[in-house]
Design a protein around this ligand. Structure first.
Ligand code: PEP
Ligand code: MN
Length: 264
């Protein structure tokens, strides 16, 4: 299989613009859950960039549990992301929800995110597989590692081998956290696959106070990068405020990340 270590013994590196995921540097992708306005996005992008994030994240198409919740700014959000890239130089990672929107999202973004809820949307996996953009493939809410790797296989089998896996927590009986961050998935995936792995401690825990400790643990476990939600005013965020770091706390987390990265 294309994603397996047997097929390719050396670890793969995935390029996103000038950034390389899977190399010696820990790549931190940071930004708001949702793109809300140009001001919010620019303010966040400048702050996370100064703190050492390599890429900007932000959702324009949001997969919300309730159809009455904020669904994202859609194409307008993509334009704000592209505008913020032009002003800050940060490459942009954003989610694509449906096969029909892959071309539009790929025209504005540097990397396509496939969300947890879509990990087994096979037509979407095939369509991003036909795109030339790198893909960030999040683990499904109840997906085994084998199912996750087979989802990567769908993308790669269409010709796009630029896949980065993202552990973002799974459903368990535990209710103290939003999800249970499966950090053992990092070394397991590293044994079985050559693809880079990043960890999302924001969705993985659901609470901002747990984000930094799990980010450091992820780096210690061998993650190639992190996906972290940051908002200048989390109490006003239109989605995922409780798990979003304020910029100063993100900067503190980055110091810890660098310290752990130096020692592993
Ligand atoms: C997100 O990254 O904002 C998101 C919706 O993530 P997930 O698909 O992991 O829930
Ligand atoms: Mn989110």
């Amino acid at each position: 299989k294309l994603a397996s270590r047997e097929f390719r013994p050396e670890s793969s590196r995935v390029r996103v613009g000038a950034v390389e995921i899977g190399g010696p540097e820990i790549v931190v992708i940071a930004g708001p859950c949702s793109v809300e306005s140009l001001e919010q996005l620019l303010e966040t992008a400048q702050a996370v960039g100064e703190a050492g994030a390599a890429l900007l994240r932000g959702g324009a198409f949001k997969p919300r549990t309730s159809p009455y919740a904020f669904q994202g700014l859609a194409e307008q959000g993509l334009k704000l992301l592209a505008q913020t890239r032009a002003q800050t130089g940060l490459g942009v990672v954003t989610e694509v929800l449906s096969p029909a929107e892959v071309e539009l999202v790929a025209a504005h973004a540097d990397m396509l995110q496939v969300g947890a809820r879509n990990m087994q949307n096979f037509p979407l996996l095939r369509e991003v597989g036909r795109s030339r953009r790198p893909v960030l493939l999040k683990r499904g809410l109840s997906a085994t590692i084998e199912e996750w790797l087979m989802a990567a296989e769908y993308v790669m089998s269409e010709g796009n081998h630029q896949v980065v896996l993202c552990e973002r927590g799974i459903r368990t009986f535990e209710t103290a956290t939003r999800n249970t961050l499966d950090l053992s998935a990092v070394p397991v995936v590293k044994e079985r696959s050559h693809l880079p792995v990043v960890v999302d401690p924001s969705h993985g825990t659901g609470y901002w106070s747990l984000v930094a400790p799990m980010a450091l643990a992820a780096v210690a476990a061998g993650a190639d990068g992190l996906l972290v939600e940051v908002h200048p005013r989390p109490d006003q965020a239109l989605s995922d405020g409780p798990q979003s770091l304020k910029p100063d706390r993100f900067a503190q987390m980055m110091e810890g990340v660098r310290a752990v990265a130096r020692s592993v």
